[in-house]
Design a binder for this molecule. Structure first.
Ligand SMILES: Nc1ncnc2c1ncn2[C@@H]1O[C@H](COP(=O)(O)OP(=O)(O)OP(=O)(O)O)[C@@H](O)[C@H]1O
Ligand SMILES: [Mg+2]
Length: 469
């Protein structure tokens, strides 16, 4: 703990020395000295002492004025004013102005000590409360999470509570709502935070590889297993493992996960030994587990194991004002990153964002704004800078050929391919058609014909980054 500071102020140096001597027994305290009101104020600003003991009568800025100036700035500083003969009225005024107390001269050493001690305790308490309050208020912001809507605050409250337990947590919600961020927050707030969380994307790997990653194997467990490999469950021992997209895991692997959850032990492939692990499990999915269970694709027993606590992350469109908070947050971030400071949203753009369904949730909003920052021609982002992008990102996500006649589907997919190909090509040559034709291995005339066919104008905007992030 750092030392508390007590600032002693008097224009008479021997008085300052006396005060220091009388208070010298206080522990955990460091004394600062000032010989005028002005000097004291400067030290108050710079050192933020807990307690100020000042003579009320000083040339220049007197004790009362000093008190007022301190009060303007900080309510946690306790100010004790020393009053001489004939200044009792000033003492009363001092209390009215927020002095902690006054000390009439001549005073007894014990009285001074008790007073300063109590003043110090009060200040430390006030500061501790303030610290806890600011820490509690929107603690998630320090983790890069933005949100202030009642529904989001409630979720953050749950996150905080569940983090303190060791319960298995299932995080559910639509794609892009922030499930992974929330998993990180839980780990971060938990007692396991000193060790890194291990994240496994269960949808990204083929079943057999996922299995050997999770459980590890011994040398010679299968062809190609030339050395033993430690599994991720073992790596996460003492920490948290985050099973992302668990809804996409195959049923046979689900059984094995269930065993780990029940027994808290793993058996590496090819091994006869089981290893005890102390792991906290957090899982997430955007899948409809209920219908997956109904069709036998997700095991009910695993579901009940995971579901000790389920956190539902609400879709962005239900978070009201958070949309705008997040939008401003991403605008700041990308404007800074891409050197477009000063870029703002037009009122219509704000209105527009509030009305979007945001099916891709926070991720879609983030990408939409990233692109708008890159592409908006003016210093103000207008709805059209957002509209086009939002539509585009939806197209990329859904598959337009699903449930369509083969020939029609093929034409649509090829059309889309050609369009994207050509747009990219032209962007990469800055609109230079001859170079584009050379790069593509096409005749200049054919390229021009294709451009006309697809109604493409030569784009001069910078290349927006990949949508996936
Ligand atoms: N409250 C938030 N504040 C700031 N950024 C957020 C917030 N929620 C989500 N994001 C951002 O949105 C993106 C998507 O978040 P995340 O990957 O956690 O979503 P997800 O629910 O895991 O999505 P998916 O189901 O597709 O895996 C990330 O870039 C993340 O940083
Ligand atoms: Mg995710």
């Amino acid at each position: 703990m750092s030392l508390a500071r007590i600032l002693l102020v008097d224009d008479e140096p021997q008085m300052v020395r006396l005060l220091e001597r009388l208070l010298g027994h206080l522990e955990g305290v460091r004394f600062e000295k000032a010989y005028s009101g002005e000097e004291a104020l400067e030290k108050v600003y710079r050192l933020l002492p807990e307690v100020v003991v000042a003579d009320i009568k000083m040339p220049g800025m007197d004790g009362l004025e000093l008190l007022e100036r301190i009060r303007e700035r900080d309510n946690t500083i306790s100010v004790i004013l020393i009053t001489g003969y004939g200044t009792i009225e000033m003492a009363v005024e001092a209390i009215k102005k927020g002095a902690y107390d006054f000390l009439p001269k001549p005073f007894e050493a014990n009285h001074l000590r008790r007073l300063v001690q109590r003043a110090l305790e009060r200040s430390l308490l006030l500061r501790e409360n303030l610290r806890l309050k600011t820490q509690r208020e929107k603690w998630w912001e320090s983790l890069g999470m933005v949100g202030d809507s009642p529904i989001f605050r409630e979720l953050m409250g749950l996150v905080e509570r569940v983090a303190r337990s060791d319960a298995t947590v299932l995080i559910r919600g639509e794609s892009g709502t922030g499930k992974e961020l929330i998993a990180r927050a839980i780990h971060h707030l938990s007692e396991r935070s000193s060790r890194e969380m291990v994240t496994v994307n269960c949808a990204a790997l083929p079943e057999s590889i996922l299995e050997s990653e999770l459980f590890g194997y011994v040398k010679g467990a299968f062809t190609g297993a030339e050395t033993a490999k430690e599994g991720l469950f073992v790596k996460a021992d003492g920490s948290t493992i985050f099973l992302d997209e668990i809804g996409d895991m195959s049923p046979p692997l689900q059984v094995k996960i269930l065993r780990v959850l029940q027994e808290r032990e793993v058996r590496p492939l090819g091994s006869t030994r089981v290893l005890k692990v102390d792991v906290r499990v957090i899982a997430s999915t955007n899948q409809d587990l209920e219908s997956k269970m109904a069709s036998g694709k997700f095991r009910e027993d695993l579901y009940y194991r995971l579901n000790e606590v389920t956190l539902w992350v609400p879709p962005l469109r239900e978070r009201g004002e958070d949309i705008l908070l997040l939008a401003q947050h991403f605008l700041r971030e990308y404007a800074q990153k891409y050197g477009r400071q000063g870029l703002t949203f037009s009122p219509e753009a704000l209105e527009f964002m509030l009305q979007q369904p945001w099916r891709g949730n926070v991720r879609e909003l983030k990408n939409t704004i990233k692109r708008a920052v890159l592409l908006a021609p003016e210093n103000e982002i207008r709805p059209e800078d957002l509209r086009l992008l939002s539509a585009q990102s939806r197209n990329l996500r859904d598959r337009p050929w699903k449930a369509k006649p083969y020939h029609q589907a093929k034409r649509e997919v090829l059309d889309r391919f050609a369009r994207e190909y050509l747009e990219n090509l032209l962007r990469s040559t800055g609109g230079n058609i001859s170079r584009a034709a050379r790069l593509a291995g096409l005749k200049r005339q054919s390229l021009q014909r294709m451009l006309r066919h697809y109604g493409l104008k030569i784009p001069l905007s910078p290349d927006p980054e990949d949508l996936s992030s």
